[in-house]
Each structure stands twice: as structure tokens, then as C-alpha cells.
Design a protein around this ligand. Structure first.
Ligand code: CAA
Length: 379
């Protein structure tokens, strides 16, 4: 894809975000729910199948275009942005990258239109950052596997029809015995136990899921038997670009709001924007946002070119998430007391930004990944 294509995509998504998502973002936050009519529109516009090749019913775009889509939608609503991101990065991508032809043909067309929504079941009550220690078990029953365990903090857990589930097929204390499976969430024994009440991204569902002897056909093993941890890590490398894009979108929204507010709010007989203390905050916000965008584009470009992108995606997520937290904090500061109230959207941006430093690998995990990659390369 060319630069002009990306510009066209950004214009198109930006218009959609401003007309269809932005006006209801405060309600999504208040009601703790993304209307199904909005999810349907995301599907109709191709935003849920952007990265899926046309032969499987998708829009045939690349990862750079996808990251622009997540950024623009997150600028309007962080909850809706992560619905798109978790669906695409964490469910569509592993099927595309690790699935066989039958699995792609069976699952991708409905994920492309949004008829099916996807989720990713890795974390457990006692396996968060230490994902390799998960204990969900898939017992080989001959024709099928029987999966039992508990999964935590599952984005899209309430809406999902298709789940990528990680389970041990051999009981090991580390990642070695993990396999990945495509699981249909209407299977008997697959149950949403609890929906989390969170600080931010309140419209995005975060579920605890119980799997009680869920029967999964043998052909739904995703990728190589007992190489599931590689599926998880490889998937999260791409997912981290999606969350970096979500963080960037939230930061951009906060920056635009604070900038405009500073030109309208009069104190000491002049607009706040005439004060150098405010200008310096705006300058730093602008710079952090620009740097985040470049890191995301670089990671996406490497992924699109088939080059290694673990390091670049961890750098993009780390920097964009910490920048989003900084930018949204300063946006409240610029707006002062008004910014701290629920009447103004900046407090929502601040609450929504925090999760980007936590899910799909905390900032500390990103630093582990970055350091490990850098230390492999001593010149
Ligand atoms: N791609 C492919 N394989 C990889 C990889 C990568 N990027 N990184 C590591 N691996 C492989 C290694 O090659 C190794 O494989 P072999 O044993 O077969 O050689 C294996 O994975 C183990 O590697 P490590 O020893 O480095 O793994 P570790 O156990 O020390 O863990 C970690 C490293 C970086 C901390 C990792 O556990 C991790 O990323 N943890 C965070 C998990 C995470 O992001 N969870 C988020 C869940 S999703 C979510 O947030 C919810 C949601 O719905 C949005």
C-alpha cells in the first residue's frame, strides 16, 4: 500500500469516528456497553476485517492501515478501539498466521464482517505476566480435546463467538506443554463467570471465563502441538502495535481537546494558550504524540515487510502507552478544575489511557522484551 492509500484510509476512518463513534463515546463510558448497532457498523465498513485478505472476505489492507484504523477509532472512543484491536490482533491474526487453510476458510469470513467477534484467552488468575505458568488443561480424548480451566481479563469476552484458547496438553511448570486452540464460545461448558468493573475502557467487556470440560475437535488445534506459547508470543508482538495505536488515539484526543480549550479559556486577561507554562505542556504533548506515531509506523512497516518486529512493537507500545498516560494527565492539568469533572471528556481519556500500560504486556514486560532483544545484539 502507498502513502496516499494510508491518507485516504485515515480520512475515511476519521469521518466515521467523528460521526458515528465520538458522539456516543460518553454514553458508552457511562453505560458500560458498546451498542451492537455500532459493532455492526464497524463490520459493514470493513474495520473488523481490515487485515483479512479479500479471498477470505476481508478488506485486504495491511497492518499499517489497521494501526491507523485503531488509532482513529480510539481517538473517538478507547473502548471501541480495543474491541477492534483485540478482535483483529488477537483472534484474526493468529488464525491467519498459524491456521491451516480449512481453519482460515471456516473462521475468517465471519470474523471479517463482524458477524463473529473474537477474543484471546491466555491470562489466568495465577498466570498474568508469567503467561507460561498457565494451568488450563486440554485432555486428549481421542477424537477431541476436553479443555478445563479459568481465564481472566478477557477483552471482548462477553461478545466473542470465537476464542483463541491456550491450554497445557502436558502438565509442565513452564511454557513447554502449551498448545493453542480455536474454540467456539457457544460450546457446552464455555461460560462467562464475571464481568470486571474497571477504571476505564468501561464500554469494553473484560470477562472471567470458565471452561468446564469444553469439547474441542482435534482439527481446531491452532499451529503446532505444544508450540502454543510461540503462537501466543507471536500474536502479542502484533497485538502490542494495536494497543500502541489505541494509546496514540487516546493521547491525540486529549491533546486536541486541551489545545482548543487553552485558546478559549481566559485567565489573567488572556487565553491560557498565551502563557508559556501552557505552551510548554502543549509542545511536549505534541512531541510525544509524533514520536509514538513514528514508532508505531516503523513497527507496522517491519511487520508488513515480513521483517522481525518484536523489538519495534515492544518499543512502540511502551512509548505510546507511557506517553498517553503523560499526555492525558497534562490535558487535565491544562483544563484545571473543569478537566477533573465528568462534564469534560479529558478525565475519560485519562482513565482509558491507564490500561494501555497494563494489557497485552505491562510496561515492565515491554522493557523485558526490549532488553532481551538488545542484549542479543552486542557489536
Ligand atoms: N515470538 C515467538 N516466540 C517467542 C517470542 C516471540 N516474540 N518470544 C519468546 N518466544 C518463545 C521463545 O523462543 C521460547 O520458545 P522455546 O522454548 O520453544 O525456544 C519461549 O517463547 C519462551 O521464551 P522466554 O523464555 O523468553 O519466555 P518467558 O517465560 O521468560 O516469558 C515474557 C517472557 C516476555 C515475560 C512473556 O511471558 C510475556 O510476554 N508475558 C506477558 C504476557 C502478556 O502479554 N499477556 C497479555 C495477555 S492478553 C491481554 O492482555 C488480554 C486481552 O484480552 C487484551
Amino acid at each position: 500500500m502507498m502513502l496516499s492509500d494510508y491518507k485516504e484510509i485515515r480520512d475515511m476512518v476519521s469521518k466515521f469516528a467523528d460521526s458515528e463513534v465520538g458522539p456516543i463515546a460518553a454514553d458508552i463510558d457511562k453505560n458500560g456497553e458498546i451498542p451492537s448497532s455500532l459493532v455492526a457498523k464497524l463490520g459493514e465498513n470493513g474495520f473488523l476485517g481490515s487485515y483479512i485478505p479479500e479471498e477470505y472476505g476481508g478488506a485486504g489492507m495491511d497492518y499499517t492501515a489497521y494501526s491507523i484504523i485503531v488509532e482513529e477509532i480510539s481517538r473517538a472512543c478507547g473502548s471501541t478501539g480495543v474491541l477492534v484491536s483485540a478482535h483483529t490482533s488477537l483472534c484474526v491474526y493468529p488464525i491467519l498466521a498459524f491456521g491451516n487453510e480449512d481453519q482460515k476458510k471456516q473462521y475468517l469470513p465471519k470474523l471479517a464482517t463482524g458477524e463473529h467477534i473474537g477474543c484471546f484467552c491466555l491470562s489466568e488468575p495465577n498466570a498474568g505476566s508469567d503467561a507460561g505458568s498457565l494451568t488450563t488443561f486440554a485432555e486428549d480424548k481421542g477424537d477431541y480435546y476436553e479443555i478445563t480451566g479459568t481465564k481472566n481479563f478477557i477483552t471482548n469476552g462477553k461478545e466473542a463467538n470465537i476464542a483463541i484458547v491456550f491450554a497445557k496438553t502436558t502438565k509442565t511448570p513452564n511454557h513447554k506443554g502449551i498448545s493453542a486452540f480455536i474454540v467456539e464460545t457457544d460450546s457446552e461448558g464455555f461460560e462467562v463467570m464475571k464481568l470486571e468493573d474497571k477504571l476505564g475502557i468501561k464500554g469494553s467487556s473484560t470477562a472471567q471465563i470458565a471452561l468446564d470440560k469444553v469439547r474441542v475437535p482435534k482439527e481446531n488445534l491452532l499451529g503446532t502441538y505444544e508450540k502454543g506459547f510461540r503462537v501466543a508470543m507471536g500474536t502479542l508482538d502484533g497485538g502490542r502495535i494495536g494497543i500502541a495505536s489505541q494509546a496514540l488515539g487516546i493521547a491525540e484526543a486529549a491533546f486536541r481537546y486541551a489545545k482548543k480549550y487553552s485558546t478559549e479559556r481566559i485567565q489573567f486577561g488572556k487565553p491560557l494558550s498565551d502563557l508559556q507554562a501552557i505552551q510548554f505542556m502543549l509542545a511536549d504533548m505534541s512531541t510525544k504524540i509524533a514520536a509514538s506515531r513514528l514508532l508505531i509506523w516503523e513497527a507496522s512497516r517491519l511487520k508488513d515487510e515480513g521483517a522481525s518486529y518484536s523489538l519495534a512493537s515492544a518499543q512502540a507500545k511502551l512509548f505510546a502507552a507511557e506517553s498517553a498516560m503523560w499526555v492525558t494527565t497534562k490535558a487535565i492539568q491544562v483544563c484545571g478544575g473543569n478537566g477533573y469533572t465528568r462534564e469534560y471528556p479529558v478525565e475519560r481519556y485519562f482513565r482509558d489511557a491507564k490500561i494501555t500500560e497494563i494489557y497485552e504486556g505491562t510496561s515492565e514486560v515491554q522493557r523485558i522484551v526490549i532488553a532481551a532483544n538488545e542484549l542479543k545484539n552486542i557489536q
